[in-house]
Design a binder for this molecule. Structure first.
Ligand code: GUN
Ligand code: ZN
Length: 435
């Protein structure tokens, strides 16, 4: 079996850092290495110790002085929105109707879906993101294109065909029955194949009738280990419209609750304007609130209160995500830079260790994938990112004044983007340099 010894400064998190001095929350090796055998991390730590475990035939890749971390994880993105990103001047509902739905209509064409799936995964890997929870379009073929492309690259992804049967143009709706049947067939074909995971994906309550929400619940009962992903409480007009469509529900979250869609593998994009009751039921059910800072700022949706949600008596599980194409960057570094600013506007600061925990192990935990990704622990999948905090003249100059790991991480987050990503590995294979 092939062996690769990847040398550099190695950083991996064990738990959420509670402050800048929480050194127990991570392991850092100044002269470190990761030994990869058959796509799996066979050893990680001090270079001499790890090198001693390598067989006689191993390949060495020396990334010194760069920093090796687990690959980044993006917990919410829309692959059919690559040509929607950077669309001017609208809030959520107009943005969907004027830009997003017309673009998603094109994904009834399998060739178009294949092309964009390829370009989307290229872009994630260019940015050091090795796992994504992705929305496809309503068309079954878009999910087939996405899964086929991710599978060919041996990537660990979560994805699903969007279910939507109203309040969208002809050609972009399914029916309760067809959404059930298409999702069912996709689950049988793709879920558990290689590193692929299926997510039941009702777009949001506005575009699903009660009959379709029943079908989403039925799918979750039929396949209880699946993820579920949807949108929740992003924008005031969205919330008001939703309440007119489900007048009997106590609130927006209560709709998903009623149809059995809450739980530890349920991912709710945005969650900006939650009441205390909604936050309580999300917390009680172990559901995940997904923070999408570039999107929330770009669409003017509001400020996600990360620290309040983490610090409340019933804390929320939180993930972070790009939400491309409402979001404006494919980079999780850019995403956490904007996230830092949102949290600052709420009067708090997110320390850089916690930030890098969030986009690696934190998001892996939120996606219930921490046994396999988001870590450099032995026996897990060798998805890695290699970062250079001196990638640009501006970064190199700033780094002359940085003298701690936390400061270096903060420079990477604040000034970094895909240029700071030296290499990305998927299951031990270098993929960025091969793009
Ligand atoms: N709500 C329903 N669909 C979408 C979408 O595609 N993007 C965002 N940001 N919010 C949504
Ligand atoms: Zn979204």
């Amino acid at each position: 079996m092939s062996e690769t010894l990847i040398r550099g400064r190695v950083l991996t998190f064990h738990a959420e850092p509670q402050g800048m001095d929480d050194h127990a929350s991570y392991s850092y090796e100044e002269d470190g290495a990761v030994l990869v055998r058959g796509g799996i991390i066979a050893a990680c730590g001090d270079y001499e110790d790890v090198a001693a475990k390598a067989g006689p035939e191993h390949l060495v890749i020396d990334h010194r002085p760069h920093l090796i971390l687990p690959g980044f994880i993006d917990a919410h993105a829309h692959f059919p929105q690559m040509q929607v990103i950077a669309s001017y001047g609208a809030e959520l509902l107009d943005w969907l109707n004027n830009y997003t739905f017309p673009e998603e209509l094109r994904f009834d064409d399998l060739q178009h879906g294949r092309r964009v799936a390829r370009l989307f995964l290229d872009e994630l890997l260019r940015n050091g993101t090795t796992t994504v929870a992705a929305y496809c379009s309503v068309h079954k073929t878009s999910a087939e294109a996405f899964f086929a492309e991710a599978h060919a690259r041996n990537m660990c992804v979560v994805a699903g065909k969007v279910m939507m049967d109203r309040n969208a143009p002809d050609g972009l709706t399914d029916t309760p029955q067809s959404s059930y049947d298409d999702s069912f067939a996709l689950i049988e074909e793709w879920h558990g194949r290689g590193r692929l995971n299926y997510a039941v994906t009702p777009r949001f309550a506005i575009t699903s009738t009660p009959e379709q929400m029943e079908m989403a619940g039925a799918l979750m009962r039929a396949f209880p280990d699946l993820h579920m992903q949807t949108h929740l409480s992003e924008n005031h007009a969205e919330i008001a419209f939703t309440q007119t469509l489900y007048p009997d529900a106590p609130d927006y979250t209560g709709i998903y609750e009623h149809y059995g869609l809450l739980g530890p593998k349920a991912l709710f994009g945005h969650c900006i304007h939650l009441s205390e009751r909604e936050a309580d039921v999300l917390s009680d059910s172990g559901s995940v609130a997904v923070f999408c800072p570039t999107s929330n700022l770009f669409l003017g949706s509001g400020l996600f209160d990360y620290q309040r949600y983490r610090g409340r008596a019933k804390p929320l599980r939180i993930a972070s995500a790009t939400d491309v194409g409402g979001g404006t960057s494919y980079s999780m570094l850019r995403t956490m830079d904007e996230g830092y600013k949102v949290i600052a506007l709420n009067g708090e600061k997110l320390n850089p260790l916690a930030s890098f925990w969030q986009i690696t192990r934190g998001n892996a935990q939120a996606l219930s994938l921490a046994e396999r990704v988001g870590t450099l622990e032995e026996g897990t999948d060798a998805d890695l990112v290699v970062l250079n905090a001196r990638a640009t003249p501006v970064m190199a100059l700033r780094m002359e004044r940085a003298d701690s790991l936390a400061e270096e991480l903060f420079v990477l987050q604040t000034l970094g983007d895909d240029r700071a990503v030296v290499e990305t590995y998927v299951a031990g294979e270098a993929v960025k340099s091969a793009l």
